[in-house]
Design a protein around this ligand. Structure first.
Ligand SMILES: [Zn+2]
Length: 207
């Protein structure tokens, strides 16, 4: 709303899909046919081989709609300790958990070596969800890499919840092992990569 300037007069609806601003069925049809989105909303690319629960988590995390401690506090839910459950050195927020946390840093460092890509840095969940678009990832690996990023976000959140609700210690090696094993199981059984074996999966090698 900060960028909005009131120029007087009364409010009126404007249809962005037409030059004159008036709604027409023909302009709706044109935007559907040409796959045009006139909103400013970010549209996350969902990974087809990754379970819906992981895609939904990534989608919600990008919108800052997961119940981190800072979000709970904004909704007047009492939070006794605001520290990140994973590292205990910063206030828990979505961006911190996935980009600023030392636990996430180790996970991304491992994934960058595993997938043979330059070190992964991001300032937001959206940055992570856009990583697969860079040119240094081959076309046949983009979909796999994108799915791994989504699984990694879900697995980090799962470890966080197991600590909060079950008191289970956070072990980075277990998070990494889960990302690899869940990823292998889902890729093998939910995609066309049925012939891949564990050895090639661990080398991020696809024929
Ligand atoms: Zn942290």
């Amino acid at each position: 709303m900060n960028s909005a300037v009131w120029k007087g007069g009364s409010d009126c609806w404007v249809w962005l899909g037409d030059k004159e601003g008036s709604f027409r069925v023909s302009s709706v049809k044109r935007s559907l046919v040409n796959n045009i989105d006139y909103s400013n909303n970010y549209v996350m690319r969902w990974s087809k081989w990754v379970p819906t629960k992981c895609n939904i988590h990534g989608w919600r995390a990008e919108m800052n709609r997961i119940p981190t401690k800072d979000v709970l506090e904004k909704r007047n839910i009492p939070v006794l300790n605001k520290s990140c459950v994973l590292c205990d050195s910063s206030i828990e927020s979505t961006d911190h958990i996935y980009t600023g946390c030392t636990v996430a840093a180790v996970v991304w460092e491992h994934i960058s070596r595993w997938c043979k890509v330059p070190p992964i840095f991001g300032f937001s969940v959206r940055d992570l969800l856009e990583l697969h678009k860079v040119n240094y990832i081959g076309a046949n690996k983009k979909e796999v890499f994108h799915g791994i990023i989504i699984i990694a976000c879900w697995t980090i959140w799962k470890a966080r919840n197991e600590k909060v609700f079950e008191g289970k210690d956070v072990k980075i090696e277990e998070i990494i092992a889960d990302i690899k094993s869940f990823g292998y199981f889902w890729f093998k059984h939910r995609s066309k990569g049925k012939s891949i074996d564990w050895s090639n999966w661990c080398k991020f090698s696809f024929m």
